[in-house]
Design a binder for this molecule. Structure first.
Ligand code: NCD
Length: 317
């Protein structure tokens, strides 16, 4: 087995072989999820707790479905109603849940690094469902699976990642993953939304959509993350759409068979034209959602296998 990790906290420390093993496993679950009887038992007897400290639709729903389809006992905490509102710290909450012996803990948190910290305190496998602007590993993995299935490979592609890069954990995880797989990455967006260290990431950077999209095989759009902005990052939504919004005109600069991606939730008419987003000949946005369930099934199953092996070893040694 080539996926050795104890937790899935980010893409940064994964090896290419581990990524490929996870995607291969996920590929099998895509077919499984299209079948009639979507029930397996590889997580039977295991308890999965989802803790989302930030709003989420597709990530939370797909982690929940993924666990249920593999037979886990799944509980999603309503974090707004938890003791955190009474002043309990994240770590105290995690320790409390840990005492109930969960096997898988899925966590989304607004602070970068919070999930890593939590993973050091608990005895179960932790999956990062997005921490601040740091990482969102399962999103990058589901994007990779979507690309691999659409393009037939996951290397030597030109990928344009466009928009609000600075605030995006999706961009950061994708840069790690696509870079490890030897793709050419271009970051496209206004300088105010570019991370300071963009140039050190081994990527090309431009604020010109047409140049950035030139001959791209994959065009990945990002949401303008207003909740993470505290000032004037963009002039007006109209101006932003004009310069950076993806429409048929700008897409015409990409390769003729380029695919259009977006992690959701989308701001139609701000970062992407609504008609283009719905164009099933170009947009793979719904495929991304479908791949999300399969990737999360694969990730939890691999971590559960590693957890069982570690427990067995501890019991014998
Ligand atoms: C993303 C996230 O939460 O990081 N959404 C998602 O998980 N599909 C991207 C975003 O919020 O823009």
């Amino acid at each position: 087995m080539t996926f050795h990790a104890q937790h899935l906290l980010g893409i940064e420390h994964l090896a290419p072989a581990g990524i490929t093993a996870l995607l291969d496993r996920a590929d099998r679950y895509v077919a499984f999820n299209r079948g009639g009887a979507k029930h397996a038992d590889s997580l039977a007897g295991m308890t999965q707790i989802n803790m989302f400290f930030e709003p989420s639709t597709r990530t939370q729903a797909s982690f929940e479905l993924a666990g249920k389809r593999l037979g886990a006992d799944v509980m999603s905490m309503a974090m707004q109603a938890s003791s955190l509102t009474k002043g309990e710290t994240l770590i105290d909450t995690a320790m409390t849940l840990n005492a109930m012996h969960p096997d898988l803990l899925v966590v989304r948190h607004p602070n970068s690094g919070a999930v890593d910290l939590l993973a050091q305190k608990v005895t179960c496998a932790v999956l990062n469902a997005g921490d601040g602007r740091h990482e969102h590993p399962t999103q990058a993995l589901l994007d990779a699976l979507t690309i691999r299935r659409a393009k037939g490979r996951l290397h030597r592609l030109t990928v344009a990642i466009c928009g609000d890069i600075a605030h995006s954990r999706v961009a950061r995880s994708n840069i790690w993953l696509l870079g490890k797989m030897e793709n050419r990455i271009r970051l496209v967006g206004p300088p105010t939304l570019m991370p300071a260290a963009a140039a050190e990431l081994g990527v090309e950077v431009t604020d010109d959509m047409r140049a950035g999209l030139a001959d791209a095989d994959v065009v990945m759009m990002l949401r303008l993350q207003r909740e993470r902005m505290d000032g004037g990052f963009v002039p007006s939504e109209r101006e932003y759409y004009h310069r950076f919004g993806l429409d048929a005109d700008k897409l015409a600069h990409a390769a003729p068979d380029a695919i259009v991606m977006h992690p959701g939730p989308m701001n139609r008419g701000i970062e992407i034209d609504g008609t283009l987003a719905d164009d099933i000949n170009r947009s793979v946005i719904q495929d991304q959602v479908e791949m999300g369930v399969a990737v999360r099934m694969a990730a939890m199953e691999l971590l559960a296998e590693n957890l069982r092996a570690a427990r067995a070893e501890a019991a014998h040694g």
